[in-house]
Each structure stands twice: as C-alpha cells, then as structure tokens.
Design a protein around this ligand. Structure first.
Ligand SMILES: Cc1ncc(COP(=O)(O)O)c(C=O)c1O
Length: 387
C-alpha cells in the first residue's frame, strides 16, 4: 500500500516546476536550456584544489554550529571591505550555512511565530512563500511591477504593515527579474524599517553579478541599520560553487546567536571541506568572479539584443544584475502556455514567470548562465517559433 502518512504541511507545498524543468534539461540534451538558476562555470581551480587538500588532510569532521573560525574571519574581512558592513565579533555576528537556502529557512524560523507576517516580493525567489507557510506564518506579498522597473514602493510596504508584521525580505539583484534596487529605494526601506521596527532580511545572493552602471549596495551598511538587517550571502552564484552548499548570514548578534543555537537541530554546520574551500574562494578567487561576471555581461547583451527581435516577447525592464532576463509575453499566451509551447516547438526551456508569484504571470524567466553559442541558438529558435 502506498505511504499515506505525509504531513499536511508537506502535502500542501507548492509543486514547483523548477525541479521538473531541471530533470527535463538533464535527460534530453537536444533541449536548449535557459532554465536552471546556477552558473554553468566550474568552481575556480584554486577552490577545487583547496577542497581536495582538505579531504587529504582529513578535514572530514563536524564543524562548530557557527562555522569554522578561520572562515568567519575571512567572511568578516570581506563584509567590511566589500559590503561596508561592520562586524566586530565574527563568531557572534556571522553564521556559515548550507547555502543561503538554509539561512532563509533558519532566519524565518527564528523570527516569525505562528500567525505573524513577513513581507515578501512578488515576483520573488520561490522559496520565500512556502518557507513562511511551513511554519504557519503569513507571507504577505508586496507587488513589483515592470511598469516601474520592478522597484519597491515604500508606500505600499507601509500600507501592508500591521501589528503582526515582523519584517520584510528584499532581494537585490533579484531572482527572477534581475533588478538592482536603487540606493534611494534602499534608504526609504531602511527608514521605514526603523519607523515600524521591522527586520530586513536582505538576500544578496547575486551581489557580484552587476552590469552597466548599476551598483550593488548592502542595506546593512546604511547608517543605523546594523541591528535591523540580516544579510544573506552565498558562494553558489558569484563563485560558481552551488554544489558546495555554502552561504552565510550576518546581522544582529542576538539573531545570529539564535540561528547558531538552532543550527544544532538542522544540519549542525555546513560541509567542513566546503568551508575550507570557501576561505580560498574569498581570499584568492576575486579574479575568477570578475572573469565570470564579464562573460555574463557579454551574454546579457546578446540575449537582450536577441529578445528584442523576438515577436511575442518584450523586454520592458533591462535586468541589471544576476543572470536572468525576464521578458513579457505580448501575444496573449499565459506564462505556462508560452513555456510549454517553447519547450515543445522551439525546444527551448524557460521558466514560467508565475512560478515566482502572481505578479510574474505574463512573463518568462530566461537564464543566461549558459554558453554564448547556446544562447544564440535559443534566440534563433525563439525567432522562428514565437509569434
Ligand atoms: C535569490 C536567491 N536566494 C537564495 C538562493 C539560494 O541559493 P543557495 O542555497 O545555493 O545559496 C537562490 C538560488 O537560486 C536565489 O536565487
């Protein structure tokens, strides 16, 4: 008899298309995939060597729940230098996590009680909503619209706040839109957070992947925000290390300490060997990050130019960060219809925009973390089939 004891909470998790999409792309190599949200580059050579060395030197044991001291110190140095975030005591103000996915889960579990509210972007990264729901909190969407560049409207945030609102998740550069939040918007959100006593969970997974004149600014570096912002970072995107499962969070020591306590009951710590490789990434691989960013910048130009020539799609907002284009569908098809049509006829895999929330309906997410010849091939197919 099939197992029937699944919890209601798990049975009600949204059935994400992403896992299905990744499986299709893996199984059928004739499909040109603009689907998955991970770098196509291998991890930097020095990182791979450091990982191998860590295995040979028997760094195969558990690590402390906060993360290894040497890694926390390297992260603190990077946060101070690159993000202008003040860190006084790395062991109390930073936690290393199994990717930022784990940090998102732990941050929400540590700050939102049953029935309390957390503001989340719509469209936004697809784990925010189910994670809040899993703990019986209330995710409240704030709308991002292409008509104003997918920037956040602070008046809307203010209107959505109730006495149950614990905080807000912001994500810049954004998955799925590629939008980089403007400094003015970040300053307004910071003021509002102080006024309403909100925690800002700032997901900066794509912090280094910025193009043109855009600049990445960590909201945690703004004056007076040290105790109001939990900043989430990862090695997955900029350093092309998604399989290492390594990320980190920094913020108020009370919250970080709570997350460290909680870590004992989740994964205990991220992979010890990955943590050692992470130190090498931070200390020796900034050139690799820049090399990959430059390549993404080239691909971004090609995909945007190409998409402008595809009937039935429109680039309303130029993405300035991450590695996603988010064209609008203008031929009347829904997101799912367009993605299915393109997969079947053009053999190009895209992600329906509604996967990221109701405001993503009518859009497709196309990842350009794919080699240039494939992007060119995909554009050729889109031009041929999309009407
Ligand atoms: C916005 C955003 N945040 C967090 C993550 C999680 O990444 P990881 O758990 O690999 O650090 C992703 C991955 O796609 C993402 O797009």
């Amino acid at each position: 008899m099939p197992y029937s004891g699944l919890s209601k909470r798990i049975a009600e998790l949204p059935k994400s298309q992403i896992a299905k999409i990744i499986k299709i792309a893996e199984e059928d190599k004739s499909i040109i995939s603009l689907g998955p949200g991970e770098p196509d580059f291998p991890a930097p050579k020095a990182v791979k060597a450091a990982l191998k060395k860590a295995v040979d030197k028997d760094f195969t044991h558990y690590s402390p729940a906060s993360g290894r001291k040497e890694l926390l110190e390297a992260i603190a140095k990077k946060l101070r230098k690159e993000n202008k975030i003040k860190v006084e005591n790395p062991e109390k103000e930073i936690i290393a996590t199994a990717g930022s996915s784990e940090a998102i889960m732990m941050a929400i579990m540590s700050t939102v009680d049953v029935g309390e509210e957390l503001l989340i972007p719509n469209p936004g990264f697809l784990t925010y909503r189910p994670t809040v729901e899993l703990i019986e909190g209330n995710p409240i969407s704030y709308n991002l619209s292409s008509t104003d560049g997918f920037q956040i409207h602070t008046e809307e945030i203010s209107r959505l706040c109730t006495e149950k609102t614990q905080g807000i998740i912001i994500n810049s550069p954004s998955n799925p839109t590629g939008t980089v939040l403007k400094k003015k918007v970040l300053e307004e959100i910071a003021s509002l957070a102080i006024e309403k006593n909100l925690l800002i969970i700032s997901d900066e997974a794509y912090e280094h992947l910025i193009y043109g004149d855009a600049k990445h600014l960590s909201i945690g570096s703004l004056n007076g925000m040290q105790d109001k912002v939990l900043t989430l970072m990862t090695f997955s995107k900029s350093f092309a290390m998604p399989g290492f499962r390594l990320g980190y969070a920094t913020g108020p020591s009370e919250l970080i300490t709570a997350m460290q306590r909680f870590h004992v009951y989740t994964s205990l710590s991220p992979n010890t060997m990955s943590q050692i490789a992470g130190i090498t990434a931070l200390e020796k691989c900034r050139k690799d990050v820049e090399r990959m960013r430059k390549e993404y910048a080239k691909r971004r130009k090609v995909i945007l130019e190409g998409l402008r020539q595809v009937q039935g799609l429109e680039i309303e907002v130029e993405p300035e960060g991450a590695f996603y284009a988010f064209p609008k569908i203008t031929n009347g098809m829904s997101s799912v219809q367009a993605a299915e049509f393109l997969l079947e006829k053009a053999r190009v895999l895209t992600v329906p925009g509604n996967e990221f929330g109701t405001q993503g309906e009518g859009f497709l997410r196309m990842s350009y973390a794919t080699a240039l010849p494939k992007i060119n091939q995909a554009i050729g197919q889109l031009k041929k089939f999309m009407k």
